[in-house]
Design a protein around this ligand. Structure first.
Ligand SMILES: Cc1ncc(COP(=O)(O)O)c(C=O)c1O
Length: 464
């Protein structure tokens, strides 16, 4: 009888754990959980329709369970790390426990790494740069693939050298090694995935090179976190990532917030250039006793909804599974690229044959169509795409073949005349049917966009 009781108890524990771990969300039913997919929006001609959202690299829509979690936890909200109340204790515990979840999500050893919360990737990279860069002569090695967040945050503080990309737009790894040999590099700052071509970087290979030459590696994770499983731990310790930064709003939790994960001992040797409450032990008239990481990097009142949403988004992405996400994305990319290739004069950027190292971003142009005209017509037909240089100007100019000495010409140009591409970027909920519908819309609007392009006074190539 006693044995039976133990067995029943064990069974019920197992059941409640699996119920907790699995709420039944999969890549096949994820659309049911995305907020606003059917929301009718008024287009410029007054028609109402739901939007095909292919702008997920910019930001992702909320997931209903993330919203529900934030709303539920707001009922228990109190000041974090400052208050004396049950609500304050509850919120503080949740806030701290989510740090562990983040560490686990990025495969970082809690013995070595800590997490501090930030507003987004840009904020995180700037905070890191403000702490780690101690002299204008420090050398940071970036690549020409970087988003401005992982380029200008260094460029404006110290000396930056760049590894080039090849003709397809992939990073040239040999050049990274060469630059490491030739320069006393302090940090290598590289993106885990491009927001222009979707290329996934072999960051562990770069980590090994960086460490061999006495540098540390900082990885911009903005475009990887919602697309591929990522671990900071390499196959050997030399391949470990030292710092990783990402935004929650790109992973279906648009409440602000993001995280920097870094080596605790290193973070404690530095000091961010942001000051305020929450980061100090004692302040006297003349001196300050600072806290350690992570608190010293989190001056000011924390963003509770941002952290709660981030924690829930991690749960859901892990439940859907990155193998399923990645496989689904490959199908969408292939279908879109194959469809685009049917159009005359299309230019597809990046490698359109081997897409295995690409997350769901596809950029293109037509050699005889102004991209601003086309983007406007696509938006007027109910699609959400992006047009421009995607805050990665040097990379986009390279892919478009625009030389450095032509760029000044564009400084004062109004929007339609600045160079740009069209970008489709997929989320986990997009479907093949949406790709087909998008291709049909493209076929419908192209002739008009072509005619309008031909009619404007254009003194530079139409794809601009
Ligand atoms: C590769 C990459 N890095 C950094 C960022 C900046 O992210 P956030 O705007 O969330 O700070 C982006 C945004 O698109 C990005 O794509």
């Amino acid at each position: 009888m006693k044995k039976l009781l133990v067995f029943v108890l064990l069974l019920s524990v197992c059941f409640s754990f699996s119920a907790l771990a699995d709420s039944g969300i999969t890549i096949d039913n994820i659309r049911e959980y995305v907020v606003g997919l059917d929301e009718p929006m008024e287009l410029r001609d007054g028609t109402l329709r739901s939007i095909i959202n292919f702008d997920n690299a910019a930001t992702t829509p909320a997931l209903q369970p993330v919203m529900d979690e934030v709303n539920e936890k707001l009922a228990k909200y109190g000041s974090i790390g400052r208050g004396f109340s049950a609500k304050s204790d509850y919120s503080t515990e949740l806030y701290y426990n989510t740090r562990d979840k983040v560490l686990e999500f990025v495969g970082a050893d809690p013995e070595q790494y800590t997490v501090f919360y930030v507003n987004n990737t840009t904020d995180g990279l700037n905070k890191l740069a403000s702490a780690l860069i101690t002299s204008e002569d420090d050398i940071v090695l970036c690549t020409r693939m970087e988003h401005h967040a992982n380029d200008l945050s260094w460029r404006e503080r110290c000396k930056v050298i760049y590894a080039e990309v090849d003709e397809q737009g992939r990073i040239i790894y040999e050049e990274i090694e060469h630059l490491l040999q030739e320069n006393k590099v302090k940090y290598v700052a590289v993106t885990a995935a491009s927001n222009v071509t979707g290329y996934v970087t072999d960051v562990h290979r770069i980590a090994k090179m960086a460490h061999q030459y006495g540098a540390q590696i900082i990885v911009d994770g903005a475009q990887i976190v919602a697309h591929r499983a990522f671990t900071m731990t390499g196959e050997t310790p030399e391949e470990n990532i030292d710092y990783f930064v990402f935004s929650a709003h790109k992973m279906y939790s648009p409440y602000g917030g993001g995280a920097v994960i870094g080596l605790t001992s290193e973070l404690n040797e530095h000091m961010p250039m942001f000051y305020g409450g929450g980061m100090v032990e004692i302040v006297s008239d003349t001196w300050v006793a600072w806290k350690q990481a992570p608190e010293i990097y989190e001056a000011g009142s924390p963003n509770y909804p941002g952290v709660v949403g981030l924690g829930k988004a991690i749960d859901i992405l892990q439940e859907v599974g990155f193998d399923a996400i990645s496989a689904h994305e490959q199908v969408l990319i292939r279908r879109l690229i194959d469809g685009l290739k049917q159009f005359d004069n299309v230019i597809i950027y990046g490698d359109s044959e081997d897409i295995s190292d690409r997350v769901g971003v596809v950029t293109f142009n037509f050699s005889d169509v102004n991209s601003m005209i086309l983007a406007t017509r696509l938006a007027d037909s109910g699609t959400a795409i992006r047009r421009g240089a995607f805050c990665a100007h040097p990379y986009v100019w390279r892919l478009m073949g625009i030389p450095e000495d032509e760029l000044e010409f564009f400084i004062d140009c109004i929007d339609g005349k600045t160079p740009g591409m069209i970008r489709v970027s997929f989320g986990i909920y997009n479907t093949e049917e949406e790709v087909d519908e998008f291709l049909q819309i493209l076929a419908d609007v192209l002739p008009g966009a072509r005619a309008e392009t031909a009619s404007i006074d254009n003194d530079f190539p139409a794809a601009y």
